[in-house]
Design a binder for this molecule. Structure first.
Ligand SMILES: C[S@@+](CC[C@H](N)C(=O)[O-])C[C@H]1O[C@@H](n2cnc3c(N)ncnc32)[C@H](O)[C@@H]1O
Length: 237
């Protein structure tokens, strides 16, 4: 599974990437959320533990990837006070069935990995898992699929004598929603390349009109005033 190629790099790069921005912008949207949060695509738990720090709510951290979930559980294990408040769900988003409807669903950096038909089927499932008036928050980047571009280095991190670097590019784009991303994961020591592996996969960045009509169709209403990079919607009351 390509997951295992990117996994060792995940925390090294994202702790400096989208995570600090989300930690700035997300808390204001969660004001008043005190009972329960479903986090879809919790990954290694970088956002999960922050959710637990911001809110006293019970958290359901859903993560289908075995590798990501192992790191998530390891992170929770390092915070023993969270273990009776965070439940880790090992299923994909369409299969989620909560014991009671949640007050809020949070989905950070997951939309891009959901194919069109999957995403279209997901909104009604999330609406069903939310209580009436419940809040749905997710990351959003306008503009649709990016244009084709060659790989370029995103960032490098030093780990002892080794340097971990990630390179990314776009090899195909329909210039609407779907594109093919190419990622190169490289570990070097000085000039010597210790390992270099590539992941190529389809990704999705839906247009605003598409997302708006899907969410409206699933019974959500947009909540104005969400910070840049996030959208907030409420299930009908
Ligand atoms: C880029 S990571 C984001 C992880 C975490 N939310 C964060 O911000 O660090 C995307 C996550 O979405 C998960 N994912 C992909 N497809 C999914 C699906 N159909 N249902 C639930 N999670 C999914 C992946 O396994 C991965 O952990």
């Amino acid at each position: 599974m390509t997951d295992f190629i990117s996994l060792p790099f995940y925390d090294l790069f994202h702790e400096n990437g989208h995570v600090p921005v989300i930690r700035e912008t997300l808390p204001s949207l969660l004001t008043g959320v005190t009972r329960s949060i479903l986090e879809v695509g919790a990954g290694t738990g970088l956002i999960t533990t922050s959710l637990a720090d911001w809110s006293p709510a019970e958290i359901f951290a859903l993560e289908p990837s075995d590798g990501m979930r192992a790191i998530l559980l390891s992170r929770l294990n390092a915070r023993p006070e969270l273990l009776d408040r965070v439940t880790v769900l090992p299923c994909d988003a369409l299969s989620v069935r909560l014991p009671e409807p949640a007050e809020c669903v949070v989905m950070i950096n997951v939309l891009y990995s959901l194919p069109h038909d999957y995403r279209r089927r997901l909104w009604p499932v999330l609406a069903e898992q939310l209580e009436p008036g419940g809040l749905l928050v997710f990351t959003w980047r306008a503009g649709g699929a990016p244009q084709v571009r060659p790989v370029e280095r995103l960032e490098s991190r030093r780990v002892g004598r080794h340097t971990y670097s990630v390179w990314s590019g776009v090899t195909e784009s329909d210039e609407k929603e779907t594109f093919t991303g190419r990622f190169v994961y490289r570990i070097t020591e000085g000039d010597e390349v210790i390992s270099e592996e590539e992941v190529v996969g389809e990704a999705y960045r839906p247009l605003w009109e598409t997302v708006e009509s899907e969410l409206t169709g699933a019974g959500f209403t947009q909540q104005p005033g969400a910070p840049d990079g996030l959208l907030a919607w409420r299930r009908a009351g």
